[in-house]
Design a protein around this ligand. Structure first.
Ligand code: PLP
Ligand code: TYF
Length: 393
């Protein structure tokens, strides 16, 4: 039986991580996988998470099974963080999931259960895992134009043109903020236009929110999602806690589904059903940490402060890189680096140029020339800028 299996292509981002690890050169720079790193190249446990972990350790009295759909207090805390105080609890159903990836997967599954003929519209480009999950599910999907390779900003006219083709009951997947892999994002005004178009066509938005707090701030990064949630009758939101709480390996995420007061109970039942069919109970520990951090005022203030340090640190690196490139190229053609938001920017280098920087400069970026800004520090920014110019980017 097992000899029927075919080899699977490895995840390119994770494979690059291995390649970097095996590189024995001293001065190597890892701009690959989307994990936050401080100036020392470490991914520390956030202070508030560390404290919350101690509290959980001190107070937890049992390890028996918890909620099948997750913990209601986690759902409430997440809903408030994403949708704001006064979110419409009477029409919101929530599911705790295995990371944001699990939330995406369950969102796709729920959409298919609700509408077996649904087509899923994803941005071109999008996070490669979206595509691989959809292919694995044998789910009908298509892309909409998103990124203007020339200006490295959103090609909004093309996006709107393509999304006019989305039909009632189709799913339109949008990145809530900090678009992965491009770094180019919609303005709030553009979110409003997308909302109008979706209202016209009856297509249902699904928002992947994996980097809230990494772009313009915790509230600002949720603004597009909140606008969509206010204007449209049905919305799916796949939120990840991996980045903004720094709890990658705890696998903590939440799928939120906004419908009507009438559909809420059945949606909630279907969500729990999806967990049960897949792995029964979702991981508990990360939910407990996030709930404590969000609901304890002292922990929350400390977490927000540290998240803000992370965010502004990345913005400073963006500015430094843009300034350096302005100097070296004698032009403003790299100014987009400072305009982009989040961990990533797609620089627009060719695969050959990306390979040349890996071989010649030990600078590792994803093949589409996506860099993880947090992989840089003050010393490596000039190295990257120099390598980009020397490679002819
Ligand atoms: N969506 C996007 C766009 C991502 O970049 C990620 C990766 O971190 C995720 C979802 C989900 O991440 P995780 O499953 O680690 O929470
Ligand atoms: O895009 C990234 O780098 C992050 C981390 O299979 C990641 O989202 C990468 C690949 C993967 C899961 C997570």
């Amino acid at each position: 039986m097992l000899n029927n299996l075919k080899p699977q292509a490895p995840d390119k981002i994770l494979a690059l991580m291995e390649e970097y690890r095996a590189d024995e050169r001293d001065q190597k720079v890892d701009l690959g996988v989307g994990v936050y790193k401080n100036a020392e190249g470490e991914t520390p446990i956030m202070r508030a998470i560390h404290k919350a972990e101690k509290q959980v350790w001190d107070n937890e009295t049992t390890k028996k099974y918890a909620g099948l759909a997750g913990q209601p207090e986690f759902h409430a805390a997440m809903a408030e963080m994403v949708l704001g105080k006064g979110y419409p609890a009477d029409r919101l159903a929530c599911l705790s999931t295995v990371g944001g990836t699990g939330a995406c997967r369950m969102g796709f599954e729920l959409a298919r259960m609700a509408n077996p003929g649904t087509k899923i519209w994803v941005s071109d480009p999008t996070w490669p895992n979206h595509l691989s999950i959809l292919k694995f599910m044998d789910q009908d999907f298509t892309t909409y134009r998103y990124f203007d390779a020339e200006t490295r900003s959103v090609d909004f006219d093309a996006m709107m043109e393509d999304l006019k083709g989305a039909k009632e009951g189709d799913i339109v997947l949008l990145h809530g903020c900090c678009h992965n892999p491009t770094g180019a994002n919609l303005t709030l005004e553009q979110w409003g236009k997308v909302a109008d178009l979706l209202a016209e066509t009856g297509a249902v938005p699904m928002i992947d929110l994996a980097y809230q707090g990494f772009g313009d701030g915790l509230e600002a990064d949720a603004a597009g999602t909140r606008l969509i949630a206010e204007r449209l009758p049905e919305v799916l939101i796949a939120a990840s806690c991996s980045k903004n709480f720094g709890i990658y390996r705890e696998r903590t995420g939440c799928l939120m589904v906004l419908g009507s007061e009438e559909t809420k109970k059945t949606v909630q039942g279907n969500l729990a059903y999806l967990n049960r069919q897949t792995y029964s109970f979702p991981p508990y520990h990360g939910q407990a940490l996030v709930t404590r951090v969000l609901t304890d005022p002292e922990l929350r203030a400390d977490w927000e402060a540290e998240l803000e340090e992370v965010r502004t640190g990345m913005l400073e690196l963006r500015q430094q890189l843009a300034d350096e490139l302005r100097k070296l190229s004698n032009s403003d053609r790299f100014d987009f680096v400072a305009e982009h938001r989040g961990m990533f920017s797609r620089l627009g280098a060719t695969p050959e140029q990306v390979a040349a920087m890996k071989e010649g400069n030990a600078i590792y970026m994803v093949g589409d020339s996506r860099i993880n800004i947090a992989g840089l520090n003050k010393n490596s920014v000039p190295l990257l800028a120099r390598a980009l110019i020397d490679a002819g980017v």
